[in-house]
Design a protein around this ligand. Structure first.
Ligand SMILES: [Zn+2]
Length: 433
């Protein structure tokens, strides 16, 4: 690794183009001078041309020398990289798909989805300018196609999708309003709002905007069983409490006032927690030694609250909390060594894998990369659907809605098929996966 770093250092300090650029600039001004002289007095043309000859050759030689240094540096860098990273073929997208029929495989066949994922990722990362340029370029390319990607409409905040035809003007150009700019996009506005609030929360430790947002979305958050509003208020309480160590009494009273005004709204769900928070006021002089110390000396509280805010904000947009593109690429990177091995074995044994879109091996991933998007009812063995969703019984066992209705028909109490616990049919809750 040291040799790579050393070569990189040489590239940036010595073997860069700055000397060559200077010399090219000097050459240009030499030529411009000569041109100006000739222009002002055309009779002297042969003289000026003759005078140029030697300096011109010297300049070119100098630039050549400058570039030699750069080439030397680049070669060293290339060699260092090659020595460190032995060349090995990367797996192609053909594994697991039947490429023999010549059809587009892997990412090529899903170009539109990949482009959409990239645009979404850029938005989610707050790179609005880049996202906007990307969407514009895809739109421009799509203008020449018979079947332009439909996702562009999402970025223009279009409702529904009844009309399968792209709107075209008389001259065949795409409707600028519909596909043209990201600025109309509902998603961009939402993410801009999210970043605005996150900046205040994460970088300035200012809770005002986040609390206001949570209050405005209180009902939706409550529906999700979210604890964001409570967490923000708790943080605000802690902040007031610890805000001015020089004037602890005022800080204490401010925190108490805040608790009185705000905590009663959380009584139904967080009565115990809020009571504990108020109790901390009794320990104010020995907080560090009290059982509540972790609450007040927790430097990661702002980070974790920011993460919670991001998760809740994106979930109200029906989006996962991390960019799907990031998840896919990280998972792909983790699985790469296995795929590489599979391809090597298949090529040496001339093995053929014919199942379309299926890999011949498992690619184990960490638990946070596991997504269980499918539920199969253990009773009926049927896959869950929106009409027949998984339902959790009070005992924690999950069966499909139709199976639950089947066992509970006409009865006021139903016994779980997997344990002895009985419950009322109405006590089962829908599980979202
Ligand atoms: Zn049970």
């Amino acid at each position: 690794m040291e040799s790579i770093l050393a070569a990189h250092e040489t590239l940036s300090s010595k073997a860069n183009l700055s000397k060559a650029l200077q010399d090219v600039d000097a050459l240009i001004s030499l030529l411009q001078n000569a041109r100006d002289n000739i222009e002002s007095d055309p009779d002297t043309t042969p003289l000026h041309i003759a005078k140029l000859k030697t300096p011109l050759k010297q300049s070119f030689d100098k630039i050549d020398d400058d570039l030699k240094e750069v080439n030397k540096g680049l070669n060293q860098y290339q060699k260092a990289l090659k020595d460190k990273f032995k060349a090995s073929a990367l797996p192609t997208a053909s594994i697991g798909s039947n490429a023999s029929d010549g059809a587009a495989t892997g990412l090529d066949s899903q170009r539109s989805l990949v482009e959409r994922a990239i645009a979404m990722h850029l938005l989610r990362e707050g790179k609005f300018d880049v996202a906007s340029t990307f969407v514009k370029e895809v739109s421009a390319q799509a203008a020449g196609q018979d079947d332009p990607p439909r996702w562009l409409e999402d970025f223009a905040d279009q409702e529904g999708g009844e009309d399968e035809n792209m709107d075209e003007d008389e001259d065949g150009e795409l409707d600028e309003e519909l596909y043209g700019e990201l600025g109309r996009g509902h998603l961009q506005r939402k993410f801009a709002e999210m970043y605005h609030i996150l900046d205040a929360l994460r970088n300035q430790h200012n809770l005002t905007l986040a609390i206001e947002w949570a209050r405005n979305h209180s009902a939706e958050l409550e529906d999700r069983g979210s604890n964001l509003e409570y967490e923000l208020s708790r943080l605000k309480f802690v902040e007031l409490y610890t805000s001015s160590p020089d004037d602890a009494n005022t800080a204490l009273l401010n925190a108490l006032d805040y608790a009185r005004a705000t905590f009663p709204t959380f009584n139904s769900r967080y009565a115990r927690e809020t009571a504990a928070l108020v109790t901390t006021l009794a320990y104010s002089t020995q907080l560090a030694d009290s059982p509540y110390s972790p609450l007040f000396n927790n430097p990661s509280l702002w980070t974790s609250t920011s993460q919670l805010f991001t998760r809740e904000f994106t979930s109200l947009l029906n989006l996962p909390s991390t960019s799907p593109l990031r998840t896919a690429i990280t998972a792909g990177g983790l699985a790469l060594p296995i795929l590489q091995k599979v391809e090597r074995i298949m090529s040496t044994s001339r093995g053929q894998w014919t199942s379309v879109n299926e890999l011949p091996v498992e690619t184990p991933l960490p638990a946070n990369f596991m997504f269980h998007s499918i539920f199969v009812c253990p009773v009926s063995k049927e896959q869950g659907t929106d009409l027949n969703p998984p339902m959790m019984l009070p005992c924690g066992h999950v069966i499909a809605k139709e199976s639950l209705e089947g066992t509970s028909r006409g009865k006021s109490r139903v016994k779980c098929p997997y344990c002895p616990i009985e419950s009322k049919p109405g006590e089962a809750r829908r599980v979202y996966i």
